[in-house]
Design a binder for this molecule. Structure first.
Ligand code: ADP
Length: 256
């Protein structure tokens, strides 16, 4: 953007002074574009299940009003759509909560051994459904980091859930915890699933990005999980790295 600024002359005799101001607004434009893309994506993701839900309600109010078979068939689908919308709204709220406190450093001492055990336990029902076993490999001594417990639970729930969902249906997921010297820790979540083609890997943490290979699209998800993970880890000054080989599996590693 270019601005031409003219000084106000103090007296009639004084000549006005002009000043040319050049301002680089590309970063502001980029952020604006990201915001409007985000709103458009979020609205689109909500609109699809809403439209479908309205369609079913109209059918159940009209032609299928007394059709018990149709009701039995449609109600679980409707519940599914409502659940999908709740998940999306929860994820959107998580993101905006995180954005609001991005500048505050987390201040709890978190013992990763206990936290990972808790996350594994909370994912057991899902793992059982998918016939996946989750194995933890952790040292005896406690490994601690500075962090926010709830947020770190969210990080590892996301990574381990993804490994179960996309990585290893019917297989096993391994989680390794290692202390780093002189301080810090590393957690790796390993699956032996279909892997992620390399062109997708740099985009995994973008909001709403989902890889459409094989049956990954049919799995329930919002495409916001890894965006949330990245936000949390940035606040924790931790790094996320991904190693994946098609046909071999994927490893997500968090380094504190
Ligand atoms: P969601 O799971 O809600 O779709 P995420 O942001 O958690 O969103 O993941 C983005 C995409 O990355 C997923 O849709 C999936 O295609 C891919 N992905 C994530 N983890 C794995 C994994 N362990 N193996 C294969 N693909 C994965």
């Amino acid at each position: 953007r270019v601005y031409l600024v003219r000084s106000a002359p103090v007296s009639d005799a004084e000549k006005p002074v002009f000043m040319l101001v050049l301002r680089d607004v590309s970063e502001a434009r980029r952020i604006d574009r990201m915001r409007s893309d985000f709103v458009a994506n979020a609205s689109h993701e909500l609109r699809t299940p809403l439209a479908s839900l309205r369609g079913y309600i109209e059918t159940l109010q009209g032609p299928a009003k007394h059709d018990v078979k149709a009701q039995e068939r449609f109600l679980p689908i409707m519940l599914d759509q409502a659940t999908r919308m709740s998940r999306l709204v929860d994820d959107l709220m998580s993101l905006s909560r995180l954005e609001a406190k991005a500048h505050l450093p987390p201040d709890q001492t978190v013992t990763l051994n206990a936290l990972l055990g808790h996350v594994r336990d909370s994912l057991l029902p899902l793992a059982e459904d998918l016939e996946v076993s989750i194995h933890l490999f952790m040292p005896e001594e406690p490994v601690t980091v500075n962090g926010d417990k709830d947020e770190l639970v969210e990080v590892f729930e996301n990574l381990i859930e993804n490994a179960c969902k996309y990585g290893s249906e019917g297989g096993k997921v391994e989680v390794y915890l290692k202390p780093l010297s002189p301080s810090g820790a590393e957690v790796s979540v390993v699956d032996h699933g279909p892997g992620i083609p390399s062109e997708h890997v740099p985009r995994l943490t973008e909001r709403f990005y989902r890889v459409s290979v094989a049956d990954s699209r049919s799995k329930k998800g919002t495409g916001l999980g890894l965006a949330i993970v990245k936000h949390i880890l940035t606040r924790h000054r931790a790094r996320l790295s991904v190693k994946s080989e098609v046909g071999q599996g994927t490893t997500f590693t968090v380094r504190f």
